[in-house]
Design a protein around this ligand. Structure first.
Ligand code: UDP
Length: 361
C-alpha cells in the first residue's frame, strides 16, 4: 500500500526530498543507480535527514538504452512483487522515463512531478524523456501556467493536470544555510559576498563537443571576478579527454558540492553561469542573476528577469561585464521580484493529491 518514489540522479533527489519527507513511512524510495557517485547521490539524502533508499539497482554508466532497459527489467519485477498504489517520478532523466514505463506496464498510476516542461529542442534526450513521461502519467504536477499550456497543446488536460509550483522552492528554503554558516562557507574559500561567479557545466551539448567546452572554459577566464567551479564527474572526464586540463588552472575548481554549500555560495555570488536546469529555478529563489549557457531552455519563466540564454561564445563574458558595471542595482532589482516557480508548498500539495486520488494507506 506504499508509494514508490523512483529516482536516479542528483536533481531528482534534491527536488523529491520534500515529497519523500511528506510521504513519510508511506514512501518507498527506489534508486536506479544512474548517478552512483556518492557526491552526486548519498550526500543529498543525509543532508536532508532522509533515510537511505530502500531499494537500489545499478543501471549506471550503461548509456541511455542500456540504462532504461536494465532499469525496466528490475523495476518490473519489483512492482509485480510489491504493487505500490502509485509511482512518483520527477523531471526528465532516464530514471524518470524508466519509472513511468515500468509502472504503466503494471497498470500502476504514474505521478509526474515537474510535468509539462518543453524545450522544443529534440536534440536533447531530456525532451524525449519529458514527452514520454507526461503521456504515460495519470497525475501531472505542473509547476507553472506555461507548463499547463504545454500539456494542453499535446491534448493532456482536465483533472489529470494540477498546478502546484516547483518543489525546488522548498528545497532551497530547507537547505540554504543561515547567515553565519554562509559567511563561514565563503571565508573558508577566501571569497567575499558579491565578489565571485559560481559556475556549473555538465550538459552533453557543452561537454561532448571539444570546441564548445574549450570556448566556455576560455570565457570563464575572461569574467570580471574569480570563479568557483564545482566540476561534475562527466565534465572532468570530458576536460581530460579533450586535452583541456590546462584551461582549468585558476578557475577555482572543486568537486561536486552538497546542497547547503552550493546554495550558500550561490546566494552570495555576483552572478551564476550554468547549463543546469535546476539552477535556472534556484536563481529565482536566491535572487541572483544567471547566464544560461545553452541552445534552448525548457524554463522560459526564468528568462524574463533572472536569466539570459547565451550560446557558448563571447556573449558569456560580455553579459557578465555588463552586469558587473552595476551589480548592486541588478541585485536590488531581482530582490524585489517573486519567483515564478511558486510559493514553496508544492511538495505538500502533491502528496495531498496523491493521498486523495490513490488512497495511500
Ligand atoms: N548542485 C549541487 N552541487 C553542485 C552543483 C549543483 O548541489 O556542485 C545542485 C543544484 O543546486 C541544483 C542541482 O544540483 O539543485 C542541479 O543538478 P544538475 O545540474 O546536475 O541537473 P539539472 O538540474 O540540469 O537536471
Amino acid at each position: 500500500g506504499g508509494v514508490a518514489v523512483v529516482l536516479g540522479t542528483r536533481p531528482e533527489i534534491i527536488k523529491l526530498a520534500g515529497v519523500i519527507a511528506e510521504l513519510g513511512p508511506k514512501a518507498c524510495v527506489i534508486h536506479t543507480g544512474q548517478h552512483y557517485d556518492t557526491g552526486l547521490s548519498d550526500v543529498f539524502f543525509t543532508e536532508r535527514g532522509l533515510p537511505a533508499p530502500r531499494v537500489r539497482f545499478a543501471v549506471g554508466g550503461a548509456g541511455r538504452g542500456g540504462q532504461i532497459g536494465a532499469g525496466l527489467t528490475s523495476l518490473d519485477e519489483w512492482f509485480a512483487r510489491h504493487r505500490p498504489v502509485a509511482v512518483v517520478v520527477q523531471g526528465d532523466t532516464n530514471a524518470t522515463v524508466t519509472g513511468a514505463l515500468a509502472a504503466n506496464a503494471r497498470r500502476i498510476p504514474v505521478v509526474h512531478v515537474e510535468a509539462g516542461l518543453r524545450s522544443f529542442d529534440k536534440t536533447m534526450p531530456e525532451e524525449y524523456n519529458r514527452i514520454i513521461t507526461d503521456h504515460l502519467s495519470d497525475l501531472l504536477c505542473a509547476a507553472t501556467e506555461g507548463n499547463v499550456e504545454n500539456l494542453a497543446r499535446e491534448g493532456i488536460g482536465g483533472a489529470a493536470v494540477i498546478r502546484t509550483g516547483n518543489t525546488v522552492v522548498e528545497a532551497v528554503r530547507a537547505q540554504l544555510p543561515g547567515r553565519h554558516r554562509r559567511r563561514a562557507l565563503l571565508a573558508r574559500r577566501g571569497l567575499v559576498p558579491g565578489g565571485y561567479a559560481l559556475v556549473t557545466v555538465h550538459r552533453p551539448e557543452n561537454t561532448d563537443d571539444a570546441a564548445a567546452l574549450r570556448t566556455i572554459l576560455t570565457e570563464l577566464h575572461r569574467l570580471p571576478c574569480p570563479v568557483v567551479l564545482p566540476l561534475h564527474p562527466r565534465t572532468l572526464g570530458a576536460v581530460r579527454r579533450h586535452g583541456l586540463v590546462d584551461l582549468l588552472d585558476g578557475l577555482g575548481v572543486t568537486g561536486p558540492l552538497g546542497s547547503a554549500e552550493f546554495l550558500g555560495l550561490a546566494a552570495h555570488a555576483a552572478f551564476l553561469v550554468s547549463d543546469s536546469g535546476g539552477v535556472q529555478e534556484e536563481c529565482t529563489v536566491l535572487k541572483r542573476p544567471l547566464i544560461v549557457v545553452r541552445r534552448s531552455t525548457e524554463r522560459p519563466e526564468a528568462m524574463q528577469d533572472f536569466a539570459v540564454l547565451v550560446s557558448p561564445g563571447p556573449l558569456i563574458s560580455k553579459t557578465a561585464a555588463e552586469w558587473w558595471r552595476d551589480l548592486p542595482g541588478l541585485h536590488r532589482r531581482l530582490a524585489a521580484l517573486e519567483s515564478p516557480f511558486g510559493a514553496g508548498d508544492a511538495s505538500r500539495r502533491i502528496v495531498a493529491e496523491i493521498a486523495r486520488r490513490f488512497g495511500t494507506r
